[in-house]
Design a protein around this ligand. Structure first.
Ligand code: ADP
Length: 193
């Protein structure tokens, strides 16, 4: 079973992905986490990616598509994948369709976590305050200005994949403003329908 979790930054995709991993034995693939691992490793890609990510912009489709293509071949993806933060553009969505078709696989559902943008800014500021209080390191793209830029990038470049999947009858909308358990229950209802 392959699923996409779709929604703007801070919508709770990562939180729900972790729950789905445990329940269904799927593998969460977060392109953001993969890029942050490259940065931590100091690779050539990581060096290039850091300033783009810190500015709230997208890494090129070619790089992202290549990364996912290699990753889904690995054994831990055999039972299926939860795509988190990918696809973020229509060309990425088209490439994913081709990749899955070539393996004889398909997408079960694209779950759109619908959230209120102003509430996301509030959530981010709370999270930063909590992390600072706990003495934790704040991500380079974790600040209000970058979040506002990332929300704009989501509207301009990622939101067009919503009609793309609607046209394929794959889109399911979930109210992402509820409690974590409430959102989880909505997702379960979609996946077991
Ligand atoms: P969050 O989980 O906080 O919503 P991510 O960790 O998914 O954010 O992404 C962080 C940054 O990594 C993005 O702002 C972008 O620069 C880059 N990135 C992640 N996934 C992609 C992608 N599929 N295409 C292009 N850039 C990406």
């Amino acid at each position: 079973m392959n699923i996409i979790l779709l929604g703007p930054p801070g919508a709770g995709k990562g939180t729900q992905a972790k729950k789905l991993e445990e329940k269904y034995g799927l593998k969460q693939l977060s392109t953001g986490d993969m890029l942050r691992a490259e940065i931590a490793a100091g690779s050539e890609l990581g060096l290039k990616a850091k300033s783009i990510m810190d500015g709230g912009h997208l890494i090129s489709d070619d790089i992202i598509i290549g990364m996912i293509e290699n990753r889904i071949e690995q054994d831990d993806c055999a039972k299926g994948v939860i795509f988190d933060g990918f696809p973020r553009t229509v060309p990425q969505a088209e490439a994913l369709d081709k990749m899955l078709a070539a393996k004889g696989h398909s997408l079960k559902s694209v779950i759109h976590l619908v959230v209120d943008e102003e509430a996301l800014v509030g959530r981010l500021n709370n999270r930063i305050a909590e992390m600072k209080a706990a003495g934790q390191e704040i991500r380079g793209d974790d600040n209000e200005d970058t979040l506002r830029e990332r929300l704009k990038v989501f509207r301009d470049q990622t939101a067009p994949i919503i009609p793309y999947y609607k046209g394929k009858n794959m889109l399911a909308e979930v109210d992402g403003m509820g409690s974590i358990d409430g959102v989880e229950a909505q997702i379960d209802a979609i996946l077991t329908a």
